[in-house]
Design a protein around this ligand. Structure first.
Ligand code: WTA
Length: 699
């Protein structure tokens, strides 16, 4: 946790100018408002703190409950809040079975393979019901999975992924999906942490024009889990093309099974959805933190489902007649909440696209939108930047019309926002900029699209029932609407908030609640603000601008990477003595990691160190963590107490002012490192965004 800073220092630091100015409003069209699910401004009163927590019944009532709850919020064991206590339900039933009456013949999932000559597959709600049941029977009877067991999924963007999640949910099995692009080792660590004895994976998938061998990662994952003492006795493999294997990796006798073969005896089987208590966990989703070890965020069944159903209906404006395409990967929280559980709970048609949005050319995404007549589109600023760079004029060539678009995962620059609005949305779509986190289950800040105007670069006001507060480093509240930056927290619990870090309650309390807890003995939720780990400011109109992480986490292309994870990976390279990772501005990814390496004495560096560091990071985490530059430096700039000054390195990587370095133990090294990175000539310094100025201060 961070150290307290003196008041004067933190006030001046907090009053810093933010990196882009307040923009004017853009209003949603009358056509959008006319059809929107939420046009009643009284929703904010209904969800006022004086109506808390009962207000959230409105979301819970969107679900079908086996048994109604007796206590809306139980705070007896803070900060592990329990929502809808006494209530029972099943998530798979809510996403599938209950739609069979009205919507059985409607597409639940439309799968778009990356190869354009391969047919699109529409899976109706009826078909989804059949597949989920058959797989649930197989998982129960063949793999021996039952309520409360954890199972790790390491799957790409294929329809079998939501089918598997829903089959697990049907049985009460807690799924932990690991992003398919993560390495086998990263998957193995998560298998061990969650205690899974079954891994569900795929033989391969298409990405960027290549058919990738994915099964190879399973072997490594199992070996890594075994090293940590977690045995995996079954690896269940979905084949991209049933009956034919696209992976060259051999199957291990008695451990590995092709699901398409194994399903034969279960065809036509039905499995009753297991009645789950509202607070029984639905899934675990790992995310990076400030230490090397990823955190398993544990989400509940009742609270989570209520929150994603409510926000999907009102913020995403999903109607059952909509064709909704969220381009995120299901391996991240966005995909869980807003490709699978939220949209399917509302009987939407959810598009699952296997590949890269610009493959084989910059028009691909818009061809998909045109062909499927997608009318709700959801993506991250990094993808918007990529699509714009690849083909700024492409969207105009295709005949599609979005009524609604979402941006998520990073701050979006107003200029990028405008291209998204004008070119992609053809100035017709309402945009919501949604700020939230793996931990929060669903949106925290966003405009309500039928009620409020958009403001480019601002995430908007808080979602109904979410009551943020900005604190300074000393725990003082920054005045609301003052435009002064500080740490954004949420005053109250909400149903979508995660329950704990799997197996590490202490870290959960320490990371999210200890900093601003008013009384650790209190069972009153008012004493337990949720610390999000983001810097933010609130403008006079109540809209929040999110400034980025205040911890050692970098947001690379909308994905959180813990700098410590990269550093510990680099330290596995023999000659590396010290490693420091800092964010560097990247035109498309927003931020990318730059890594600084100091070698052990006696190692001059043989020119191969960079390659070995990159290889280690790809092995331990995956290609998404690949550093932009590897800088081999004579020494790290350090404080007198020996702490590496990451802020100084971040300033050098981004040609920003390094500030006063005279108090360092080795001030001369700063200039040496600067010359190494920027060259002999002094280059013009840049102002640089806020998160970079503060980077590393908290550790
Ligand atoms: C950042 C993704 C600005 C933020 C849903 C947060 C954002 C982290 C926004 C969570 C946004 C997310 N504007 N920043 N609209 N949305 N962030 O867990 O720093 O992958 O803490 O969840 O992304 O990333 P995560």
């Amino acid at each position: 946790m961070s150290k307290k800073k003196d008041g004067a220092g933190s006030a001046s630091e907090a009053q810093i100018a933010v990196h882009w100015k307040e923009e004017g409003y853009v209003h949603p069209s009358p056509a959008f408002i006319g059809q929107a699910n939420m046009v009643d401004p009284a929703i904010y009163e209904r969800f006022g703190l004086d109506r808390f927590p009962e207000c959230f019944k409105e979301y819970a009532e969107l679900l079908t409950w086996e048994q109604y709850w007796h206590t809306t919020l139980d705070t007896s064991d803070p900060p592990c809040w329990k929502w809808f206590v006494g209530g029972t339900l099943n998530a798979s039933f809510n996403c599938v079975d209950r739609h069979l009456g009205e919507y059985k013949n409607k597409a639940a999932i439309v799968f778009v393979p990356e190869p354009e000559d391969e047919a699109t597959q529409a899976i109706t709600y009826r078909e989804l019901y059949v597949r989920v049941n058959e797989l649930a029977a197989y998982l129960r009877d063949f793999a021996g999975l039952k309520k409360g067991d954890r199972v790790t999924l390491h799957m790409p963007m294929v329809p079998e992924l939501p089918v598997t999640m829903l089959a697990c949910a049907r049985l009460g099995v807690i799924h932990s999906e690991v992003f398919g692009g993560f390495s086998g080792r990263a998957c193995g660590d998560r298998i061990a942490d969650s205690g899974s004895r079954v891994l569900i994976t795929a033989d391969g998938y298409h990405r960027g024009g290549k058919l990738l061998d994915h099964k190879v990662k399973a072997d490594e994952a199992v070996a890594v889990a075994q090293e940590s003492g977690q045995a995996v006795d079954k690896v269940l493999v979905w084949r991209r093309y049933p009956g034919r294997t696209v992976s060259e990796t051999p199957m291990v006798e008695g451990r590995d099974y092709f699901i398409d073969e194994g399903l034969a005896p279960y065809l036509g089987k039905r499995v009753d959805p297991v009645e789950m208590a509202a607070e029984d966990p639905l899934f675990i989703m790992y995310t990076s933190g400030t230490t090397g070890k990823p955190k398993g965020c544990q989400h509940s069944t009742g609270g989570y489902m209520a929150y994603v159903a409510g926000t999907s209906k009102y913020v995403q404006d999903i109607h059952p007649t909509d064709v909704y395409w969220c381009m995120a990967d299901i391996g991240w929280i966005t995909g869980h909440s807003y490709i699978v559980y939220g949209p399917l709970a509302l009987a939407a048609t959810s598009v699952v696209y296997e590949g890269v949005p610009t493959y084989p050319d910059a028009g691909r995404a818009w061809r998909i939108a045109e062909r499927l007549d997608v009318n709700i589109f959801h993506t991250a600023p990094t993808t918007v930047r990529m699509l714009r760079k690849a083909g700024p004029d492409e969207p105009a060539k295709y005949d599609y019309h979005f009524k609604h678009m979402t941006t998520v995962g990073e701050p979006i620059e107003p200029e990028v926002w405008r291209w998204y609005y004008e070119a992609v949305g053809k100035s017709e779509a309402a945009i919501v900029d949604t700020w939230w986190q793996t931990e929060t289950g669903g949106f925290l800040c966003t405009t309500m699209p039928g009620l409020q105007p958009m403001k480019p670069g601002s995430a908007g006001p808080a979602a109904p029932g979410i009551h943020p507060v900005i604190y300074d480093e000393n725990g003082e509240e920054v005045p609301a609407g003052s435009g002064v930056a500080g740490n954004i927290c949420i005053r109250n619990p909400w149903p979508g908030v995660f329950q704990t870090i799997w197996g590490d309650r202490e870290r959960f309390v320490e990371t999210y609640y200890a900093k601003y807890c008013k009384d650790p003995k209190s069972t009153d939720w008012r004493d337990w603000p949720y610390f999000a780990g983001d810097g933010a400011m609130q403008a006079e109109d109540g809209y929040y601008r999110i400034l980025g992480r205040v911890d050692d986490v970098i947001n690379v292309a909308g994905h959180r990477l813990g700098t410590k994870e990269l550093e510990s990976s680099a330290l596995t390279v023999e000659e590396v003595a010290e490693a420091a990772v800092v964010p560097v501005v990247d035109e498309v990814k927003g931020r990318a990691p730059d890594i600084y390496i100091a070698l052990k004495p006696g190692h001059e560096g043989d020119g191969g160190t960079d390659g070995r560091v990159v290889a280690a990071i790809e092995r331990d985490i995956g290609k998404i963590a690949r550093p932009k530059h590897v800088h081999i430096v004579p020494d790290m700039p350090k404080t007198r107490s020996g702490k590496i000054m990451r802020r100084v390195l971040a300033a050098i990587s981004n040609t920003m002012d390094v500030g006063d370095v005279t108090t360092l133990a080795n001030p001369d090294v700063v200039e040496e490192v600067r010359v190494l990175v920027q060259g002999e000539e002094k280059v013009a310094l840049k102002e640089g965004p806020e998160d970079l100025k503060r980077f590393g201060e908290e550790s």
